[in-house]
Design a protein around this ligand. Structure first.
Ligand code: PLP
Length: 453
């Protein structure tokens, strides 16, 4: 189902002259003239034109096809244009396209049930938002109301979204001042490859990172802290796999000091790690879980908070002061129902787990053995990063110009990459096949063999 139309007659409204423009050029022209892009200086931008997609591939209007190893913003877990999700959206659109959140709607109830069925015992309510940032905003509000405390602790090297409290909680270069946000304090999470704690083993990193967090809690005053907000695995900051025992240790500190644990599963939830939630298997149960992205693969914008029974009970007779016009939007809800059913029926989460263990992990380790520019490989499921260094001994990150060149070379070979700082994040859809992984590994191999430094 590629775009049939290749050209369009464009009329200049001032002069009346007509030009035949290819749709790629027309798209680029309209974008340049009228679209204001995220996180960018607008002038020099030349965004890739994408017109369609299917599974792990996307293409432009001329039929040039790219292998999508970014899953866009690490959200297209089910792959592009899954027919069951498209059908779910169309069927719902024919029935009812919008309804206020104050109503009860079958698609909304079904979506919430599908989500809590996959969550730990003791989570039975879902508050729906428009995306990940506002999910974190509302989780923070719930934790503050539940504890009667104010401060939120989150890590340097984190991303929680680009709205008021979420961007202030974010600990990476996007730490943008926001005069409306209050009570946010950052601490260092574990990252053994570049340990802040002079650790040389995972055990040391866990122990010292937990001791550091406890010192921060004590220094800030435990009774002022409402929540620790943590990505179960920090994603944008580098797929920073927590060492064994770290999450359990944070849970234990939260319990000891009466602090709520909010786990941000926006990027890692719903299959990315080969599990429904990344924290599964750690033995840890948070108090609030935030999600977005993979829950419906972004076919319609949506996010939310999964609320533990203890916190939900606070609002049985007390008003929850929050809401959004599009909370629980029917098209988003129908897409969640269809996406989660298809992921279960087609074993898509299992595929992510298997392909990480059998193909991506060993494939990236083989590249590391061959290319000294790779300093470290980390990840699981379809959630990996390779960290590129100018020198393996000093671990000095490669220069931004090297990363820009790598991105260009990967695109030239029709691979759509996710490149961040000195890392290539290897994050295809959960439906990726062995042959697509082999194809991508061959492209990474070819590019990393270039004279890059
Ligand atoms: N939290 C995490 C861990 C994320 O990775 C992101 C987005 O990348 C967000 C929150 C923000 O989500 P959104 O962009 O949907 O607001």
């Amino acid at each position: 189902a590629r775009a049939e139309e290749k050209e369009r007659i464009v009329t200049d409204i001032d002069t009346g002259t007509t030009t035949e423009l290819g749709l790629n050029d027309l798209t680029a022209q309209l974008d340049k003239a009228h679209v204001f892009h995220s996180w960018s200086a607008q002038g020099a931008l030349k965004p890739l034109v994408i017109a369609g997609g299917l599974g792990c591939r996307v293409w432009d209007h001329d039929g040039r096809t790219y292998l999508d190893f970014s899953s866009q913003l690490v959200n297209v877990n089910i792959g592009h244009q899954h027919p069951a999700v498209i059908k779910g959206i169309i069927d719902q659109a024919q029935l009812l396209t919008t309804i206020a959140p104050s109503t009860a709607n079958l698609a909304r109830g079904e979506a919430a049930k599908r989500i809590v069925d996959r969550a730990p015992i003791g989570f039975n309510k879902v508050f729906f938002t428009n995306g990940g940032a506002d999910a974190n905003e509302n989780a923070i509000r719930m934790a503050r109301l539940h504890t009667g405390r104010d401060t939120v602790l989150s890590t340097y090297r984190s991303y929680h979204g680009n709205t008021g409290a979420a961007i202030v909680a974010t600990g990476d270069w996007r730490r943008i001042p926001n005069e409306f946000a209050r009570g946010h304090v950052h601490f260092f999470g574990p990252y053994l490859y570049r340990s802040e704690f002079w650790a040389t083993t995972p055990e040391q990193e866990t122990e010292r990172a937990l001791r550091h967090l406890e010192r921060v809690i004590q220094s800030e005053g435990a009774t002022s802290i409402a929540a620790v907000l943590l990505e179960s695995i920090p994603g944008t900051a580098g797929v920073l796999m927590p060492p064994p025992g770290y999450l359990a240790g944070v849970r234990e500190l939260c319990d000891r000091y009466g602090i709520m644990l909010i786990l941000d599963e926006v990027m890692v939830g719903f299959g990315r790690t080969g599990r429904w939630f990344a924290f599964e298997g750690s033995g840890v149960v948070p108090d609030l879980i935030t999600f977005a992205k993979g829950v419906n693969s972004g076919y319609v914008p949506v996010g939310g908070v999964i609320i533990s029974d203890a916190i939900a009970a606070d609002f049985d007779s007390t008003v929850f002061p929050g809401g959004l016009t599009y909370s629980g939007h029917p098209l988003a809800m129908a897409s969640i129902v269809a996406a989660l059913d298809a992921m279960t029926d087609e074993g898509i989460v299992e595929n992510a787990a298997r392909i990480g263990t059998d193909a991506i992990g060993p494939g990236l380790e083989a590249l590391k053995a061959k290319h000294p520019i790779i300093g470290e490989v980390r990840g699981e499921g379809v959630f990996w990063a390779i960290e590129l260094v100018a020198d393996r001994e000093t671990r000095e990150p490669v220069a931004p110009a090297v990363m820009a060149r790598i991105k260009t070379e990967l695109l030239a070979r029709n691979l759509l990459p996710f490149v961040q700082d000195n890392r290539i994040h290897v994050v295809p859809p959960c439906v990726v096949t062995d042959s697509e992984v082999a194809e991508a590994l061959a492209i990474y191999d070819e590019v990393l063999a270039l004279d890059l430094l």
